[in-house]
Design a binder for this molecule. Sequence first.
Ligand SMILES: NC(=O)c1ccc[n+]([C@@H]2O[C@H](COP(=O)([O-])OP(=O)(O)OC[C@H]3O[C@@H](n4cnc5c(N)ncnc54)[C@H](O)[C@@H]3O)[C@@H](O)[C@H]2O)c1
Length: 475
Amino acid sequence: MTSIMTAPTSDTLSFSPLFQQQQAHQYKVARATAKERSRKLRLLEKAVLRYRPELQEALWADFRKPKAEVDLTEVYAVLSEIRHARKNLKRWMKAERVPTPLPLLGSRSWIVREPKGVCLIISPWNFPFQLAIGPLVSAIAAGNTVVIKPSEHTPATSAVIRKVVGAVFPEEEAAVVEGGVETATALLSLPFNHIFFTGSPGVGKVVMKAAARHLASVTLELGGKSPVIVDETADIQLAAKRIAWGKFLNSGQICIAPDYVLVHESRAAELESALTEAIAQLYGAEPSASADLGRMVNHSHLQRVAGYLEDARQRGARIVAGGKVDEEQKYMAPTIVCGVDRASALMQEEIFGPVLPLLTFARLEEAIGWVQQGEKPLALYLYSRDKKNIREVVRETRAGGTCVNNNDVHFMHPELPFGGSNNSGIGKSHGWYGFEAFSNARPVYQQLLPGALELLSPPYTSWKQRLIDLTVRWL
Ligand SMILES: NC(=O)c1ccc[n+]([C@@H]2O[C@H](COP(=O)([O-])OP(=O)(O)OC[C@H]3O[C@@H](n4cnc5c(N)ncnc54)[C@H](O)[C@@H]3O)[C@@H](O)[C@H]2O)c1
């Protein structure tokens, strides 16, 4: 079994034949029972394990992602999605009976989750395997056919994705199309039933506009600036350790990485030194020598983040740790920066790199106010030992997701919906929520006996009007 590999040249930019093939095949795929879908997912699990060493090599070649991080954040993330889906698939696929209200007595109703049909997955480069195959798991569990377009910035990984998918699925069920913006644009011109996009908010808008042409439904997993609030009651050592891990993993190129920290002014100095220490513990005194620290994906992203830092420095920011850039190695040191002007690019743009600004606040309402003024973030984190503060921050802010006394890890919980809100995303993924994203909840109402509502049809005699009055008042 092979899947389509297409070079992104203008003469091969028509994907209609592939699309039509999947369209013709969709009902057959949709008929698969829970057992059959589970078997497909088992084959996918085996393929992922078989290609694990190749994937480790590919991600090292693409941007020096450490082997352990490939295992944890790419391989295991996908395997846990598969295992969770296999365990729950039968229950998810079961028709859901719903109670009958009094005016509809004489009927029964249920909801079936039917597949959306032919789906498109467009994925980014930062977790290139997980963010292509994770949604595929949900799409297959829900009984769809799928075209995947992985990122052009991680070509070695894209080739492995193609191999994994091709080893399990015929192309009329799941196919991988490689290429860049032109390829994505050509795919987006086709009338897919659902588009699952992971990437930047800017491109998310392009995708949503394209989807509108065919009224395709969308799941948009986007990005933004995810704040961390550290209040005066926080365990600073613990916070520093966890923030440093969640920020500098993948060199800060994580959609849910802490983007910046708002720390209570009474604890700022302590947090500064605890973070500096945490970086040394994770990556040694000279992080560039550590094999456990990834690189920036390309020169343009390195220059973008280095430019933000330089701009902040010129506006008076103080670099507390790191700051070193090695163009040739696409290396940027884990960097902590204080005294950042809130109007600087570092505080206006999603950083998506290993630079962590620390800003201070005197009263919690100030920190909350700052978050409320910005776009709704993909994640908001809070370090606190005060129950009242925890309640207040969750109640008074809006975010795609939240961790209290940790960061990033909510992503790994298969029972939690993952996704953003408005600028950080539309729709949710993972587990049941991913299955739901790729399904249409179709209500089925079955009339068994003459219904009470039939009594209320014209002509509206006076006693029928009385019955209508009773219904309006009491039922
Ligand atoms: N919410 C999440 O789960 C999540 C996960 C990872 C990354 N992200 C976000 O993704 C962004 C970084 O990833 P990226 O740089 O690969 O994102 P991106 O938006 O530049 O690209 C994502 C995908 O869209 C395609 N694309 C790019 N421009 C396009 C266009 N004009 N028309 C159609 N398709 C186009 C790319 O080829 C790629 O496959 C960050 O904003 C990050 O926060 C979000």
